[in-house]
Write a protein that binds this ligand. Structure first.
Ligand code: AMP
Length: 176
C-alpha cells in the first residue's frame, strides 16, 4: 500500500451522499508528507523533457507550483472560467450534474512546448481532458499528467492514456 494513504483523510458523503471525498489537505499540512510527495514527482519527471507545469485550480496549484520550482521551470495556471485577467481559451466539460468551464491564457505557452498537467485526483478525467484540450489550443503538447490519487474505476486514467498522455499517480482507491 502506498505510504501516501496514511496521510489522506477520507470524508464520507461529502459533498453529497455516496461520495467518499479524498481530502489531501492533510498531506499538504505535513512537513514530512508534502516534501516527500513533491520529491517523488520531481524524481519521476526530472529527465522527461518537461518545459512547463500546468496546475488545475486549486489543489493543482499547491502541487504543481512546488514541482515546477523543483524542476526549475515555469508554471501555468488553469483556472475556473472568469478568473484569468487576460485573453483566454475556454473549454466546457461535463460534471455529474451540468457543466463547468476552465480557461488558460492564450499566451501562456510557446508553440510546441511539452506541458505536464498536475491535479490532486483523477476520477472521470473530465477535468484533466479539458485541461489537455486547453493546452493544445494554446499551442502546447501534453505527454504527461500526474495526480496524487487515481480512482481507476471511473476511467479517467484510461481516457488520458487513449490520448497518448502517460499518467503517473501515487495511490489508487477502489470505487467512487
Ligand atoms: P474528474 O473530472 O471526474 O476526473 O474529477 C476530478 C476533479 O474533481 C479533481 O479536481 C478532484 O479534486 C475532484 N474530485 C472528484 N472526485 C473526488 C473525490 N472522490 N475526492 C476528492 N476530490 C474529487
Amino acid at each position: 500500500m502506498s505510504w501516501v494513504k496514511d496521510y489522506v483523510r477520507t470524508i464520507p458523503d461529502y459533498p453529497k451522499a455516496g461520495i467518499l471525498f479524498r481530502d489531501v489537505t492533510t498531506i499538504f499540512e505535513s512537513d514530512v508528507a508534502y516534501p516527500k510527495m513533491i520529491n517523488e514527482f520531481v524524481d519521476y519527471y526530472k529527465d522527461k523533457g518537461i518545459d512547463k507545469v500546468a496546475g488545475i485550480e486549486a489543489r493543482g496549484f499547491i502541487l504543481g507550483g512546488a514541482i515546477a520550482h523543483m524542476l526549475g521551470i515555469g508554471f501555468i495556471t488553469i483556472r475556473k472560467a472568469g478568473k484569468l485577467p487576460h485573453l483566454t481559451h475556454k473549454e466546457d466539460y461535463e460534471l455529474e450534474y451540468g457543466t463547468d468551464a476552465l480557461e488558460i491564457h492564450i499566451d501562456a505557452i510557446e508553440e510546441g512546448e511539452n506541458i505536464l498537467i498536475v491535479d490532486d485526483l483523477i476520477a472521470t478525467g473530465g477535468t484533466a481532458v479539458a485541461a489537455l484540450k486547453l493546452i493544445n489550443k494554446a499551442g502546447g503538447k501534453v505527454s504527461e499528467a500526474c495526480f496524487i490519487i487515481d480512482l481507476p474505476e471511473l476511467g479517467g486514467t484510461d481516457k488520458l492514456k487513449s490520448k497518448n498522455c502517460n499518467v503517473y499517480t501515487l495511490a489508487e482507491y477502489e470505487g467512487l
